[in-house]
Design a protein around this ligand. Structure first.
Ligand code: IPE
Ligand code: IPE
Ligand code: MG
Length: 243
């Protein structure tokens, strides 16, 4: 098991956020259409979800489609949405069986109605599960999320339900899409790109980051386990002085 070899006193990562990148490059390197990379990427999602209990991960948040990804071709966007639909349909029984709670973060209002209904039904059917909290970010952007929070607060101040003095970090956190999730301990991005691309901007203020030069379809539970081990060797100070 990944945690057994770690020596430093740090606790293991409970919440891991995953920027699943490199599907397109994986396919293009093989002379295949980008969508094949996304299809293979779904296989990796299954493997990684399956590996979480053994690795001590209780919360897994996956970036599947960003607010900027609408800029891609119609074919790619609809292919991704279809893969998501199929993923929910195929996995739902297994998620229920394994006690996994599935949730979605992101705008929701721009997702096609049928898919949205499927997402909501999956959330409802798994809402009492707690073995693993699996959150999928669809049409999600950190800036968009914060903008929605600010609009909500502005509306409440205008309606005199809140005063400016009520606006606190806790209030903002409580209005984010992730309001009932702990902040991520570790963010992993595959494909070698070293940027956040608008993922969980507020929530990752003190997250640790790992950037791995492997495209998402080639990411494995072994690499994941290694990163969780690395995490345990880190000294997280949160602004204080090391003990
Ligand atoms: C990640 O792979 C999946 C999504 C962003 C939907 P990409 O499709 O971004 O793959 P690259 O980065 O082009 O290789
Ligand atoms: C980030 O990947 C979004 C997801 C993994 C869903 P992108 O491929 O969209 O990010 P950029 O364009 O390289 O920054
Ligand atoms: Mg990419």
């Amino acid at each position: 098991m990944a945690n057994s070899r770690a020596v430093r006193g740090t606790t293991s990562a409970r919440h891991v956020a995953m920027i699943m990148d490199g599907n397109g490059r994986w396919a293009v390197e093989r002379g295949q259409p980008r969508l094949l990379g996304h299809k293979r990427g779904v296989e990796t999602v299954r493997e990684i979800v399956k590996s979480c209990p053994d690795l001590g991960v209780t919360h897994l948040t996956m970036f599947a489609f960003s607010t900027e990804n609408w800029k891609r071709s119609k074919t790619e966007v609809s292919g991704l949405m279809l893969l998501l639909r199929r993923y929910i349909q195929k996995e739902i029984a297994d998620l229920i069986d394994k006690g996994i709670r599935l949730r979605f973060i992101g705008r929701k209002d721009r997702v096609e109605k049928g898919l949205r209904a499927l997402m909501e039904s999956a959330e409802k059917r798994t809402e009492h599960n707690n073995k693993l909290h699996l959150t999928i970010a669809i049409d999600y952007g950190g800036r968009d999320e914060m903008t929605r929070v600010m609009q909500g607060i502005a509306v409440d101040i205008a309606a005199r339900k809140l005063t400016p003095a009520d606006v606190s970090e806790a209030l903002i956190s409580s209005r984010l899409d992730t309001f009932d999730l702990p902040d991520p301990d570790l963010v992993i991005r595959t494909s070698g790109e070293c940027r956040t691309s608008n993922f969980l901007l507020w929530q990752t203020a003190y997250a640790e980051y790992e950037f791995v030069d492997v495209n998402w379809p080639d990411f494995t539970p072994e690499i994941f386990g290694q990163m969780l081990e690395n995490f345990m060797l880190r000294d997280r100070r949160f602004g204080a002085v090391a003990k």
